[in-house]
Design a protein around this ligand. Structure first.
Ligand SMILES: Nc1ncnc2c1ncn2[C@@H]1O[C@H](COP(=O)(O)OP(=O)(O)O)[C@@H](O)[C@H]1O
Ligand SMILES: [Mg+2]
Length: 230
């Protein structure tokens, strides 16, 4: 088991201002799964993603990640878990400007203490994996949105994480580019067994996942496996 939520609550504020962003949520995700998370604005998706990515901890209940009680780890230990096991992709790419694609992809390896020559080699390989061979020395401003998101995906997978956490990865892209990015993510899930948890608002994007969990008011409204094509 990769992820387990057991009666997870996340409460912000107190008294009149109290908000239960998550109100006793239970689910598990196995290694190798590709899960979409859907739900209206304010339903608790980002709160759940922050816990899944070990960026935040539950107010109560248990968050298990790879068998570790990650919700009870301090900031520093959660940072180590993230560094070793989790890659992140965001709607807005979050690349360093005026910094080439290959240098952006090398960043997580610098934090890991990988030496320069090996860093460059691994980053070049990751860029080839996302279809950006030949674009390694372009800066974000010299790349399209779809290409920038590919750089961000390369940066997320260069340290061979177990889990990819993607928050609306196609939210800034047109339809064609969105489907290309989803083909890339589906391929990574299938070919290297990368586990993926992805938030999306679009049903046709969620349809790429094997399973969709729907949030509503801090609860799970549905949890559905993809219907197999006949
Ligand atoms: N840092 C915070 N402080 C106070 N309330 C918050 C905070 N983060 C989220 N919330 C509240 O928790 C609820 C769930 O938010 P969120 O997880 O961001 O939903 P979603 O990502 O589905 O839009 C919302 O009512 C939101 O206003
Ligand atoms: Mg959100």
């Amino acid at each position: 088991m990769l992820i387990s939520f057991e009666k997870v609550w996340k409460t912000y504020g107190r008294g009149e201002a109290r908000v239960d962003a998550l109100a006793g949520v239970d689910f598990t995700i196995d290694r190798g799964e590709f899960v979409a998370i859907m739900g209206p604005s304010g339903s608790g998706k980002s709160t759940a993603m922050n816990i899944i990515g070990c960026l935040d901890t539950p107010t109560s209940g248990r968050y298990g990640f790879l068998g570790v009680d990650a919700g009870r780890l301090d900031r520093g230990r959660r940072a180590i878990l993230r560094n070793l096991y989790i890659g992140f992709v965001f709607q807005g790419y979050n690349l360093l400007p005026r910094t080439t694609a290959v240098e952006n992809v090398e960043l997580p390896l610098i934090y890991r203490g990988v030496q320069a020559r090996e860093r460059r080699e691994l980053a070049m390989r990751a860029l080839a994996q996302v279809g950006l061979a030949g674009r390694e020395h372009h800066t974000p401003a010299e790349l399209s949105g779809g290409q920038q998101q590919r750089v961000a995906i390369a940066r997320a997978i260069v340290s061979t994480p177990t889990l990819l956490v993607a928050d609306e990865p196609t939210g800034n892209l047109d339809t064609q580019r969105s489907h290309e990015i989803m083909d890339l993510l589906t391929g990574l899930n299938r070919d290297i067994g990368l586990s993926i948890v992805m938030v999306t608002h679009e049903p046709d994007i969620a349809a790429y996942a094997d399973r969709t969990i729907g949030f509503l008011d801090g609860h799970i409204a549905y949890d559905q496996a993809k219907a197999e094509a006949a």
